[in-house]
Design a protein around this ligand. Structure first.
Ligand SMILES: NC(=O)c1ccc[n+]([C@@H]2O[C@H](COP(=O)([O-])OP(=O)(O)OC[C@H]3O[C@@H](n4cnc5c(N)ncnc54)[C@H](OP(=O)(O)O)[C@@H]3O)[C@@H](O)[C@H]2O)c1
Length: 301
């Protein structure tokens, strides 16, 4: 099976790359915008690909002829999407259309990653059938990408995820668990919101469900988050407890005090029954995720 990944320099992209490069049943083509920033170079081919470049995308997919394309590339900064709506649409919507068209031409499966931000967070956790109602432009752009796939002839799979975290190399952005670990170790006083609830997702778990969906040729929508739902405050508190840090410097604050550009849904989280039963998805508990990350950090530093 030939698998092509977009956004392989990103957190999910890197996890997919590391898992698939050693999978003998997979011929792997990694692509991302610009140079390859992953240091390990064997077990896969790398091609620079900006997925907003329609001609380059069509050329690469028609020559590579993958069986599956996993699209991890996106504009993921929620506040930036609010400010730069056009750029957000080009990457999060238009490029998905180009990918769908190119995949349909060679009968490839397109696995696309979406988000809990398509929901308003009034009645989470959500099933795959619940009604979207995005509050932010990022959420709207991801919903538009879902909707264009749902009426497309391509073999599509949508995996919806929530706060992706993990250890990567040369990443262009951080994630909450790594940030919390470092800030707690410094003993900083931290103000953390306790009125938003999420199910944070280890990047390895998300990579696993992408691979399950590819190997099982599973089509449709699947929830693909972590299994523990908690407030943002509790995420940081559980990181503190895991590392034996004091929680005395942790202060609870409300979302309203932050004045963020994009509105966030108060309570999301996903019901994972469909992914567990149909795909065999087995996400780790939050503390198991921390242990996996900790092992990786020990080998890096
Ligand atoms: N992170 C989260 O908390 C979260 C939550 C819900 C859903 N998701 C979804 O999960 C997916 C993966 O997220 P992630 O955290 O792995 O994202 P990420 O770390 O930001 O990775 C995205 C990668 O795509 C690359 N990229 C950006 N523009 C591109 C373009 N035009 N063409 C090709 N590649 C491009 C980025 O390159 P550079 O590194 O050079 O910028 C980056 O390496 C995304 O679809 C995201 O919307 C993420």
């Amino acid at each position: 099976m030939k698998i092509l990944i977009t956004g392989s320099n990103g957190l999910l992209g890197q996890k997919l790359l590391y898992k698939l490069r050693i999978d003998d049943s997979v011929d792997l083509v990694a692509t991302s915008k610009g140079e390859n920033r992953v240091t390990v170079r064997d077990g896969y081919a790398y091609h620079s690909l900006d997925i907003t470049n329609k001609a380059a995308l069509e050329e690469l997919i028609s020559t590579q002829k993958p069986d599956v394309v996993i699209n991890t590339a996106a504009m993921t900064n929620v506040d930036l999407c609010e400010d730069k709506k056009e750029s957000c649409d080009v990457l999060n919507v238009d490029a998905v259309q180009y990918l769908a068209n190119a995949c349909a031409r060679i009968d490839a499966q397109l696995i696309h990653i979406s988000t809990d931000f398509i929901f308003d967070g009034e009645d989470g956790p959500y099933t795959e059938e619940d009604m979207p109602n995005p509050l932010s432009y990022y959420g709207l752009s991801k919903l538009k990408s879902e909707q264009l796939l749902q009426v497309h002839s391509v073999k599509w799979t949508i995996l919806r995820t929530i706060i992706v975290f993990g250890v990567g190399e040369n990443l262009s952005k951080g994630n909450i668990v790594l940030w919390a670990k470092e800030a707690l170790a410094k003993g900083d006083s931290l103000n953390i919101i306790d009125d938003q609830f999420r199910a944070p997702t280890l990047a390895e778990d998300l990579a696993d469900i992408c691979i399950l969906a590819a190997k099982k040729k599973a089509l449709g929508i699947f929830n693909a988050s972590g299994k523990d739902i908690m407030s943002i405050y509790e995420i940081v508190e559980r990181v503190a407890k895991y590392y034996g840090n004091s929680t005395n410097n942790l202060n609870k604050i409300s979302t309203a005090t932050l004045n963020q550009k994009a509105v966030r849904p108060p309570k999301t989280g996903f019901i994972l029954d469909k992914s567990i039963n149909e795909l065999g998805y087995r996400p780790h508990s939050f503390e198991e995720c921390l242990a996996i990350m900790d092992e990786q950090l020990k080998t890096i530093h």
